[in-house]
Write a protein that binds this ligand. Structure first.
Ligand code: ADP
Ligand code: MG
Length: 694
């Protein structure tokens, strides 16, 4: 139960005086449903209205407050023109200009000879000054605020309105027990919570809006800490969930390792041990495997699968596309057959009798390893004894699909894989509910991919050189040619892809293929197969080939409009080459106008091909929110913390949360109790429940 002391903060916004149903709806949309949400709505600007007494103090174009004596009204001859009030103040002629006005009102309210105080943006007007639409006209200077807070606004919810709403909401914030560590608080001079809110809502200069300002720092830290604590509590509980317990015998895994043409890397061995430890533990495994393209995740997944199969369980692997599922299947099937392990593939393309057979053999356990697409999630798919579910390229799937797969069998162990590493500092925020393993070592003998950057104008030359090289190469050599297809401009992009295809045909003849997202699955696969079989020299593609495909003799990757991709996307694409022993080349083509960020991105791409480093650089260039992509990652939308500039806080809060829970896992100490209040404050009630049920 939420502590009663927080009740005023969880009152609906409509409880604030002057906020009725209509305004309430708008405020809810802008801030959220509760008074607390209004408190989290921090200012993004401040207007200083200094009181100006002498002409030298005037800064044209800035806000200021002056006193003036009215000498004359000049009503315009027509309504279209402005109404002017002339006067004298601070020793200068002053003119007030009104466009939308009520003549009688102005005349009676501000009669000639009256002394008034006016505030607004001061402009030059001849030898005097002019204020267009004064923000304030008052009888005394006290009626005009010196500092005026600006809030992010929305239709119908102006800063002015928000200032009024906040003047009611702020006093509603109760004093709460301090949850910050005293030493931490002292070190950063952080104000108490209510004081922090008060200060954050009353900035006096731009500097007060800086995320490093103690008040803002504290609020952001509180928010992140609440989030990290909550994630860890959930995780604590998840790891208490009983899972399918497996006892790998090593019988099949050893056989497979012996049959491989290569040695496992140290990273692969380490990760396999981590996985097997999870499998044998009574807790359900929920593990994320991050590994760069080409780091050899598939073999790890296969070994994990064999670990459960050798103990009589089944395994399933789900991939995001047909092409990828088939490729996995082909590879896995050829490795499993000699071991006597039965595999099958299930996608939307397996239909009729074939599908029936697969489903029934799956249900009675004859199929030991099922590979497929999201077709695995359909209701008819039932396993006999599923021990491990693997999801490849997990970011292509939603959380719901992840859940749907593990619901196939209670407590089934889950391994999710991704080739898009995320920076360490963000891993816990994005994947706090999972354990994580990293394949941070490339298989031996790989040559780094050489990356070059050039303008599109070089295409004719490039095409010719590519043609010559492919013709004269002693070994088979193929190229991918990527043209981006961006949703917003899909039509024109598609035209561009087709045009490029036609142009390359001029040079390469029929040894050029084309795949794009609007082709049917079978058509795409047919072209991909031709390419994989070496029947095509160049494969022009939109980003459909982004994930997974593996063609060893493809050693050239051309990416058009490289500036349209993020680092992660470019890296993914580049990872399609460099899979064999030959030197690979990646050419990034860009248009003529490049932003600084785009230039920087291309430079970084040229310098490194380590996905983990790129992930860190990406974070620097784009900010956390974007790196993670809120929707995909399950990253919460922080209201006060801005991860693009405060990701260091994330790191601190994460370490602090770990420390807190290691000392006080159930939050029972006095500080623990205060932290519970913090969790409620940020609506982490569900997470608090886990403390009880544990
Ligand atoms: P990804 O991590 O991108 O899914 P894959 O699993 O497709 O990578 O592996 C890329 C290629 O590297 C495959 O051809 C695979 O057989 C090969 N490979 C995997 N592990 C090793 C290793 N330890 N040594 C050499 N080659 C390996
Ligand atoms: Mg892969």
């Amino acid at each position: 139960m939420r502590p009663a002391v927080l009740n005023p903060l969880f009152a609906p916004v409509e409880n604030i005086p002057g906020v009725g149903l209509k305004l309430g709806r708008l405020v809810r949309r802008l801030c959220g449903p509760y008074v607390s949400d209004v408190l989290w709505h921090l200012p993004n600007g401040v207007t200083h209205r200094p009181r100006i007494q002498r002409p030298e103090e005037v800064v044209f174009g800035s806000f200021g407050t002056i006193s003036m004596r009215i000498t004359r009204h000049i009503p315009p001859p027509t309504r279209r023109q402005p109404y002017r009030i002339i006067g004298e103040g601070i020793g200068l002629p002053v003119e007030l200009v009104f466009f939308n006005y009520h003549k009688n009102y102005l005349q009676t309210k501000y009669p000639e000879d009256r002394l008034i105080w006016v505030s607004g943006k001061i402009e030059r007007q001849g030898i005097g000054i002019k204020i267009l639409h004064p923000d304030y006209i008052a009888d005394t200077p006290e009626q005009i605020p010196e500092f005026e807070v600006i809030y992010p606004q929305a239709q119908g919810v102006t800063s002015k309105l928000l200032r009024r709403i906040l003047s009611y909401a702020l006093p509603a914030a109760p004093d709460l027990p301090e949850w910050l560590d005293a030493a931490f608080q002292a070190k950063h001079r952080l104000p108490f919570w209510t004081q922090a809110l008060e200060e954050a809502h009353h900035p006096k200069s731009e500097a007060d809006l800086n995320p490093k300002h103690p008040a803002r720092l504290r609020l952001a830290y509180d928010e992140i800490l609440a989030n990290q604590l909550a994630l860890m509590l959930v995780r604590q509980q998840a790891s208490r969930k009983t899972g399918v317990v497996v006892h790998p015998t090593g019988f099949l895994t050893q056989k497979l390792i012996d049959s491989l043409s290569f040695e496992l890397t140290a990273a692969q061995q380490r990760v396999l041990i981590e996985i097997q430890r999870d499998l044998t533990s009574p807790h359900q495994m929920v593990r994320l495997l991050q590994g760069d393209v080409g780091s050899g995740k598939t073999v790890v997944a296969l070994l994990a699968a064999l670990s459960v199969i050798e103990d009589g369980f089944q395994a399933a692997l789900m991939a995001p596309t047909d092409i990828l599922a088939r490729q996995h299947f082909a590879k896995i099937e050829s490795l499993c057959r000699p071991l006597g392990v039965t595999t099958a593939i299930l996608t939307a393309r397996e239909k009729g009798a074939e599908r029936e057979r697969i489903l029934s053999e799956l249900a009675d356990g004859r199929i030991q390893f099922l590979i497929g697409t999201h077709a695995l999630l359909t209701e008819q798919v039932a396993f006999h004894r599923l021990g491990l579910a693997v999801i490849d390229e997990q970011h292509k799937f939603g959380v719901n699909q992840r859940l749907a797969l593990i619901q196939k069998q209670k407590g089934v162990n889950l391994l999710v894989m991704t080739a898009t590493p995320i920076p360490r500092s963000l891993a816990l925020t994005a994947y706090g509910d999972m354990d994580s393993s990293r394949l941070d070592e490339k298989p031996a003998g790989r040559r780094p991919i050489e990356t070059r950057v050039m303008p599109v104008s070089k295409i004719p030359e490039l095409t010719q050189r590519l043609y010559d090289r492919i013709r004269t190469s002693p070994v088979r050599m193929q190229a991918y040619w990527i043209c981006p297809l961006v949703e917003e401009s899909e039509k024109t992009d598609l035209t561009a892809v087709k045009k490029r295809f036609a142009e390359l045909r001029q040079v390469f003849g029929d040894r050029v293929g084309l795949v794009h997202g609007q082709m049917k699955g079978v058509e795409k696969d047919a072209v991909m197969e031709q390419f994989a079989a070496g029947l095509l020299d160049v494969l022009v593609a939109t980003t459909v080939i982004e994930v997974g495909v593996d063609v060893k003799s493809a050693t050239v990757m051309v990416i058009e409009q490289a500036e349209r991709f993020g680092l992660a996307g470019l890296h993914q694409l580049r990872g399609r080459v460099g899979r064999g022993l030959d030197q690979s080349l990646c050419i990034l083509l860009h248009g003529s106008r490049l932003t600084d960020t785009a230039k920087e991105r291309l430079r970084i791409m040229r310098e490194t091909d380590d996905g983990f480093i790129l992930a860190e650089e990406d974070l620097k260039l784009r900010g956390a929110g974007e790196v993670l992509g809120t929707r995909q990652s399950g990253l919460p939308d922080f209201k006060m913390a801005d991860l693009s500039v405060q990701s260091d806080l994330l790191w601190t809060a994460t370490k602090d949360a770990q420390m807190i829970l290691s000392l006080d896992p159930k939050l029972e100490s006095p500080r623990g109790q205060a932290l519970r209040t913090l969790l409620y404050l940020f609506q982490k009630d569900i997470e608090i429940q886990t403390l009880k049920s544990g």
